[in-house]
Design a protein around this ligand. Structure first.
Ligand code: F0G
Length: 450
């Protein structure tokens, strides 16, 4: 595949530096072999996350100057509210400082109102799962079987298993059903709008609300357009709205498809639930017209939500992910297929069969990739999810509008060198983990095993 050509030019640059191999090893030892504990200035190419790490456009930087910093009734809020209403088709909008605050406030409210505990999802991602575990709820993953096989080329591996969902709803005690678009925990795969529609129908039959986590819904919708010929003639905006029309509530981390460095929101069409949420936002985030954000952040998100639907931008974004996946495959690195919307996921179990799950193959690979080439990526496996049913993946998340094709080539070359001698990678052991549930991969202290 040819390297995709960036549909933007550079206006402002941020230098990055490659430390020597010895220096990288020293930094990693100081960071307890956990790449979350590294200083960003010691990282050459940072693919830890695509969240809040993208480059803003010149229009967004200009919008910052229009920020109205009033405590209540800020004009920036009304601009934001209009942009979110247009994006989601939902009437009631509450800003939050980022996605996990939206998750905490909505999920806690729905669990309390329903007095039920079970939350089925296509796959919970780490922060939402941690929120639910810490309020005594029970997150359950039910991805379609295709998602469990990294080689399976099914185009919509983000879908929820509708049979399992129906059986779970029949058993009762379900607080709400969650669909995460795209499905970040298992490969960034898209969810098809028909799967959303069917999940909504089943939920409605059992009087249970359907929540969409829409932090990557622009990418999800673009992949629907690309992969289902029936959607080829539709605009991405149209597909976003069709998908959302099935949901009762939505949460979004605007740090992803909001193309912003901070922020999030809850959107709902339910005025009663809104009342509960609004009171909680005041208590936990800030007044309902800023929700923990500065007025200028609201301006940047309002603009970002529009730019995220630009199909030239989306074409390049998805092509970057495909390009990196292609380079890796060509170099014998096993990747999850087909590539998803925001990241390439390396199958760490297949690359490192000599490392047992208890020694965290994905996180060991992350540590060795940093030593090898100064690249930071994140392990999503047993350390993060404490579930051996889940795959063991190294996620290379691509920040939006930030890196070029030559950066991606550098990343692929580093991993290719590791894949040529995988036996050199050693496993890790836990030295310390926090007591709070669901967050150990962020904070763990690790050391080489054996
Ligand atoms: N939902 C999903 C699907 C996410 O991927 C994230 C964050 C959140 C909610 C929480 O949003 O970070 O704004 O509080 N994911 C990041 C990641 C951190 O690296 O994938 P947040």
């Amino acid at each position: 595949m040819e390297p995709p050509v960036e549909p933007y030019r550079v206006k402002s640059v941020e230098p990055i530096k490659l430390l020597s191999r010895e220096e990288r090893l020293t930094r990693l030892r100081k960071a307890w072999w956990n790449v979350f504990r590294l200083r960003s200035e010691d990282v050459f190419i940072d693919l830890l996350t695509d969240s809040g790490t993208g480059a803003m456009s010149s229009r967004q930087w200009a919008a910052l100057m229009l920020g109205d910093e009033s405590y209540a009734g800020s004009s920036s809020y009304y601009k934001f509210e209009e942009a979110v209403r247009k994006f989601t088709g939902m009437d009631f909008v509450l800003p939050t400082h980022q996605g996990r605050a939206a998750e905490r406030i909505l999920y806690t409210t729905l669990v309390e109102l329903s007095q039920s505990k079970v939350v089925p999802a296509n796959s919970h991602f780490d922060t939402g799962r941690a929120v639910l575990l810490n309020i005594g709820a029970q997150p359950i993953d039910m991805p379609v079987k295709h998602a469990l096989d990294p080689e399976d080329e099914h185009p919509f591996k983000g879908n929820i298993d509708l049979d399992r969902l129906e059986a779970t709803l029949k058993r009762g005690n379900v607080a709400f059903v969650l669909l995460v678009l795209t499905n970040n925990a298992v490969g960034g795969h898209p969810v098809h709008p028909e799967n959303v529609r069917e999940a909504a129908r089943l939920s409605r039959e059992h009087g249970v609300p359907l929540v969409l986590d829409i932090c990557r819904i622009a990418e999800n919708s673009y992949l629907v357009k690309r992969r289902d010929p029936r959607y080829a003639g539709r605009s991405v905006f149209d597909i976003v709205r069709e998908t959302l029309s099935h949901a009762d509530h939505a949460i979004m981390s605007a740090k992803k498809d909001g193309l912003s460095n901070i922020g999030g929101f809850i959107a709902t069409s339910d005025s009663e639930v809104y009342e509960h949420l609004a009171a909680r936002v005041v208590l936990e985030e800030g007044f309902i017209t800023y929700g923990g954000l500065a007025g200028r952040d609201l301006e940047a998100i309002a603009e970002g939500l529009t730019e995220a639907l630009d199909e030239n931008y989306l074409y390049h974004r998805i092509s970057q992910v495909e390009y990196l996946a292609d380079l890796l495959e060509g170099n014998g690195v096993p990747v999850v297929k087909p590539p998803g919307g925001h990241a390439v996921y390396v199958d760490a179990s297949r690359l490192l069969p000599h490392i047992p799950r208890e020694q965290f193959p994905a996180d060991s690979l992350a540590a060795h990739l940093y030593i090898e080439s100064g690249v930071r990526a994140v392990g999503l496996g047993y350390l993060a999810f404490e579930d051996k049913e889940k795959p063991e993946l190294l996620r290379l998340a691509i920040p939006r509008r930030t890196y070029t094709s030559s950066h991606l080539r550098w990343v692929a070359e580093g991993l290719a060198r590791i894949a040529a001698k995988p036996y050199k990678v050693v496993g890790l052991r836990l030295v310390w983990e926090p007591k709070v549930k669901g967050v150990r991969h962020f904070l763990a202290k690790l050391a080489p095993a054996g």
